[in-house]
Write a protein that binds this ligand. Structure first.
Ligand code: PMT
Length: 400
């Protein structure tokens, strides 16, 4: 169930004897790598306590639509946005009817109405209630609106009857939930990304740096997380928010970035170096602010470690993808870096003319041993997704 990795699953538990299976479902979803939050209806709480779900999900349980404290922490709109999928399990006949009506008078119904994420119901009810035309009509309406339906199963029921209406087992619901997501080109893989500039201290108030905004690297980190990877982003100073489900390590200098990457690289399957790392740093940064007492000032610079080449040289290390920003001879310089640094792939971008550093858009020529793939000009977020598809393909090919 790799496609559950890093996914946010909102589990709606409603009033049915099958609510006990929802406790097991929380465990199965978390085993698949998902983060789970539970919305417990008043009926559901009659069968299983909020404390059980809180302990199993390791998150607070949400129950009230109009609770000022709860709304301040995470209200129905935040929950709706947080979810990558909403699964209502068990879904009683009553809840199915209310969802079909588009009601918004309790928290679960409001979240289902407000979310853009896929919503699935796992029906659980007596076989007569299941067979009733009203229930079937309601489900038909939900399916027509794109809602997913998991089950029900046939068999003995808690009421002593036998027939259709039993909720599916937790493992089956978890498997169907995983199936809601794309297979996730990087599902289950760990991806390490560097982004942004580095700052090399001259004295306590001045530094050498470059124009990298971090946009390209953050877009790559986000695209990798969307593709199901566990992503760690080692970032130089930027003004950007951390993409959802990405673990971020902030660094300042090339040496800091080098140390952070060395620490993380052993556990990574793929390393993508988008950072614009300063090649040199002042040999001896002044301890006190330098005073302007002379007409000229010379700074002695020394080479910084090559972070990317260091990772590429690790025995059994990750699949390494470098970036190359060039103003001329784009492909020739990039090919040289690919070979010299021992990389699996390099993404070359021409800088200037509204592309590359600081810009919203970019264009990439992606080079590996097999040739060049052109990714034409687009928003960095789109380009990053295309790059991730390419990386996933080549990574799998290398695995054989
Ligand atoms: O951040 P943005 O404003 O969105 O801009 C994006 C970008 C232009 C910075 C990005 O797309 C990009 O091209 N990054 C690489 C910048 C660069 O010039 O790299 P380089 O040619 O100096 O280095 C080649 C590769 O080695 C890069 O992957 C770099 O991260 C890595 N490197 C370089 C030097 C060093 N000491 N350590 C490294 O790991």
């Amino acid at each position: 169930m790799h496609s559950l990795a890093n996914k946010h699953i909102l589990l709606g538990v409603t009033g049915s004897i099958a609510a006990y299976k929802a406790a097991e479902l929380v465990r199965r979803l978390r085993e698949g790598g998902a983060e789970v939050r539970v919305v417990l209806s008043a009926g559901g709480a009659e069968f299983v306590t909020p404390l059980t779900f809180q302990a199993l999900s390791a998150n607070p349980v949400h129950s009230e639509l109009l609770d000022t404290e709860a709304e301040a922490a995470m209200g129905h709109i935040e929950l709706a946005r947080w979810a990558d999928a909403v699964v209502v399990a068990p879904a009683s006949a009553n809840v199915i009817a209310r969802l079909a009506q588009g009601r918004a008078d309790d928290l679960l119904a409001a979240v289902c109405l407000a979310t853009e994420a896929p919503v699935a119901v796992a029906p659980a009810m007596n076989q007569q209630m299941w067979a009733n035309a009203a229930t079937q009509d309601n489900l038909q309406r939900l399916r027509e609106r794109g809602m997913h339906q998991f089950g029900p199963a046939e068999g003995d029921q808690a009421c002593g009857e036998t027939g259709l209406g039993r909720m599916l087992e937790a493992t089956d619901i978890a498997r169907h939930t995983a199936g809601l997501f794309d297979t996730g080109a990087l599902a289950g893989l760990r991806v390490l990304v560097t982004a942004g500039p580095t700052q090399e201290a001259i004295d306590p108030v001045r530094y050498l740096s470059n124009r990298s905004s971090g946009r390209m690297g953050y877009a790559v980190a986000q695209a990798a997380a969307e593709a199901g990877a566990r992503v760690t982003l080692v970032s130089g100073p930027t003004a950007l928010p951390t993409p959802p489900r990405v673990a971020r390590i902030d660094v300042r200098s090339a040496q800091d970035m080098h140390e952070a990457v060395q620490e993380q690289a052993g556990g990574a399957d793929i390393f993508i170096a988008t950072a614009a790392v300063a090649d040199y740093r002042p040999a001896a940064p002044a301890e006190k602010k330098i005073k302007k007492t002379t007409d000229t000032l010379s700074l002695e610079l020394v080479r910084n470690p090559d972070i990317l080449a260091g990772v590429a040289a690790l025995p059994g290390g990750p699949f390494t993808v470098g970036f190359a920003a060039e103003t001329e001879n784009l492909l020739a310089y990039a090919r040289d870096k690919l070979a010299r640094k021992g990389l699996d792939m390099i993404a070359a971008n021409r800088v200037g003319g509204g592309l590359g550093f600081e810009a919203e858009e970019n264009a990439l020529s992606v080079i590996d041993a097999n040739g060049v793939t052109e990714l034409p000009q687009a928003a960095k977020s789109q380009l990053a997704r295309r790059l991730i598809v390419l990386i996933a393909k080549h990574f799998r090919r290398r695995l054989g």
